[in-house]
Design a protein around this ligand. Structure first.
Ligand code: OOG
Ligand code: MG
Length: 267
């Protein structure tokens, strides 16, 4: 796939409004490539950047970023084999153990991820996992509630990027730990819904080491002309498949060494 911009500025704004509308009305739309089959990854990020610009203009605060489609389990589940990134704002943050309403969501799914909190600016290109670890203040366990704005949760890479990589809500919790006290490749994780284990994995499922996913994110940001500021909250991507949730469901993600993150879902 070529990585040239093919969309005009008008098309970028139009597609951004379409994604934003689907998000605010919690109504699915066809994937964007149905109408724009030549859309590229660069076009996807142009739409995502416009969405970020609007959210910030509306008063949302950018708190960090997420890497997506960074594990084989996720790539297989979604039929996309290249990772993507998305931005996170304060409006998407939910407290640990809280009740999350699904009324503003279309078809939510939960993922368990290792989150990094940085204490130094990270800049690509050429950012490595080593650079990420050196710039990390601590890691903590997180759950991401994704919600594709596309019908049937079906998309391709340019469409999902335009849709901010399905970002909807996120929950950080458990125990914050320093990276030098852990082996971040071998942390086991168990994802439970209503007491039933639905996902099992180890952190190495994310590109061999979750810090690799953060490095990749920083390098993608560099391509967008941006760096990752100190104090960013960065999710490295779902370790297992994402699990669908609805009203009445309780979810716990248990992480070896990092404690657990829980939440329940209401109407
Ligand atoms: C895209 C977002 C993927 C992850 O952690 O892999 C993601 C999706 O699957 O809808 O957030
Ligand atoms: Mg995720």
């Amino acid at each position: 796939m070529s990585d040239e911009l093919t969309l005009s500025r008008e098309d970028v704004v139009r597609l951004c409004e379409r994604v934003e509308g689907a998000q605010s009305r919690a109504q699915a739309i066809p994937k964007l490539t149905d109408e724009y089959p030549r859309m590229t990854v660069a076009d996807g990020y142009a739409v995502q950047n416009e969405l970020r610009r609007r959210f910030v203009a509306q008063g949302q605060r950018l708190v960090g970023w997420k890497a997506g489609l960074t594990s084989k389990a996720k790539m297989r589940q979604m039929g996309v084999d290249v990772p993507s990134i998305g931005f996170l704002t304060d409006r998407m943050a939910c407290p640990e153990s809280s009740a999350i309403s699904v009324s503003g969501l279309i078809h939510p799914r939960v993922e368990c991820e290792v989150a990094f909190v940085t204490r130094e600016t990270l800049r690509g290109p050429g950012c490595t996992a080593q650079d990420v670890l050196a710039a990390t203040d601590h890691v903590l366990p997180a759950a991401e509630i994704i919600d594709s704005r596309f019908a049937g949760f079906k998309f391709d890479l340019p469409s999902v990027i335009a849709d901010n990589s399905s970002s909807a809500r996120f929950v950080g919790g458990g125990r914050a730990r320093y990276v030098e006290d852990l082996d971040l490749r071998t942390l086991g994780v168990v994802l439970e819904k209503n007491g039933e284990i639905l996902g099992l994995g180890a952190s190495a499922a994310v590109l061999g080491h979750p810090a690799e996913a953060v490095a990749m994110l920083v390098n993608i940001l560099a391509g967008l002309g941006e760096s990752l500021p100190a104090g960013s909250f960065v999710m490295s991507g779902g370790i297992t498949e994402a699990i669908p949730v609805g009203p009445g469901d309780s979810v716990v993600a248990r992480f070896q060494e990092l404690g657990s993150v829980s939440m329940r879902f209401t109407e």
